[in-house]
Design a protein around this ligand. Structure first.
Ligand code: NAD
Length: 289
């Protein structure tokens, strides 16, 4: 069994506790046992689980893993602190708000001989799985992914990082990318922002990623992908999976703890995550230069 703590009791942290209390039967997630939660607030028990201090969590021998579910700006420090204590870490995306910090943390995890896992539930949605099937085998000419959503709370970082899920979609669909240009429009008075990043595939096909947020914007993803054979303008509709997205991610993390994931797969994931963070950093640099 792996004892675990959850850091940060927001939406994600609450779901982590719920899923560990009722793991999918027969899955490696049954090996996780939630021992407590950590919060900067002083809270009552949550779903029957008690609050403990950060120091206690790091020093207890029956605690082997930490789930970092705080706002993005504090991920890096918590991840480093738990890795330093020799604990496995599952961190909600994005792992950090800089490429360099993430690369250091991966090296540190390797040095400590522990698992570092970044949650990417956007890759586990049925919508994405259907879209990936549709795209497979087609030759891209050009494309756009336009995301709209509400205003983020403070501490979630620059939009290229908070929106890393969209960037990750593009990389998983079209392979490694490079950034050719990026601009940011912002109106602090109305809390409106629009990031436009111009990307290119390895065979020089243009892709545009737009991340637009404002108080009245619905949460939606619009695509327009031109292939040599057809054009896709809608994400293929797909029924929701029977197993929730965070539970699927919990199963992936626990499978890693149980040594059931090959080193090649772990390396593939690390390469993709670092590539996406590198793209996000380049986009931020271009917007701020
Ligand atoms: P959240 O705003 O619900 O919580 C974020 C942080 O704010 C947590 O540390 C929480 O303890 C704190 N917080 C929440 N309510 C508070 C309050 N009333 N007073 C003081 N502090 C409070 O955010 P979230 O959706 O849980 O996101 C956490 C992390 O999970 C982020 O890194 C995000 O990118 C990631 N994530 C979330 C989802 C999701 O569906 N919610 C999906 C994928 C990734």
């Amino acid at each position: 069994m792996f004892g675990a703590v959850v850091v940060g009791i927001g939406t994600a942290g609450w779901v982590r506790i719920r899923d560990m209390l009722a793991p999918l039967p027969g899955s490696p997630a049954e090996k996780l046992n939630v021992k407590g939660f950590i919060s900067r607030r002083s809270l009552d028990t949550q779903q029957g689980v008690s609050q403990i201090s950060l120091e206690e969590a790091k020093s207890r021998e029956d605690i082997h893993a930490a789930f970092i579910c705080t706002e993005n700006a504090s991920h890096e420090d918590y991840v480093r602190s738990f890795l330093q204590a020799g604990k496995h870490v599952c961190v909600e995306y994005p792992m950090t708000l800089s490429y360099k910090a993430a690369a250091e943390l991966w090296d540190f995890a390797q040095e400590k001989g522990v698992i570092l896992h970044e949650e990417h539930i956007e890759l586990l949605t049925e919508d994405f799985k259907e879209l990936k099937k549709e795209v497979e085998g087609k030759v891209l000419q050009e494309g756009t992914l336009h995301f709209t959503g509400g205003v983020l709370k403070p501490g979630f970082g620059f939009q290229a990082f908070s929106g890393i899920a969209r960037l990750t979609w593009l990389v998983e669909l079209f392979g490694e990318l490079s950034v050719t240009a990026a601009t940011m429009e912002e109106d602090s008075g109305t809390n409106y922002s629009k990031l436009t990043a111009k990307l290119q595939t390895s065979d020089n096909r243009p892709l545009t990623w737009i991340e637009e947020r404002g108080p009245d914007l619905p949460r939606a993803k619009n695509i327009n992908f031109h292939f040599d054979s057809c054009t896709l303008t809608q994400i293929p509709p797909a029924p929701r999976a029977a197993v929730g997205l965070f539970m699927q991610d919990l199963i992936q993390f626990s499978a890693k703890l149980a040594g059931q994931v090959s080193p090649e797969e772990l390396q593939r994931e690390r390469t993709r995550i670092l590539h996406c963070l590198q793209l996000a950093e380049r986009i931020q640099q271009l917007c701020q230069s």
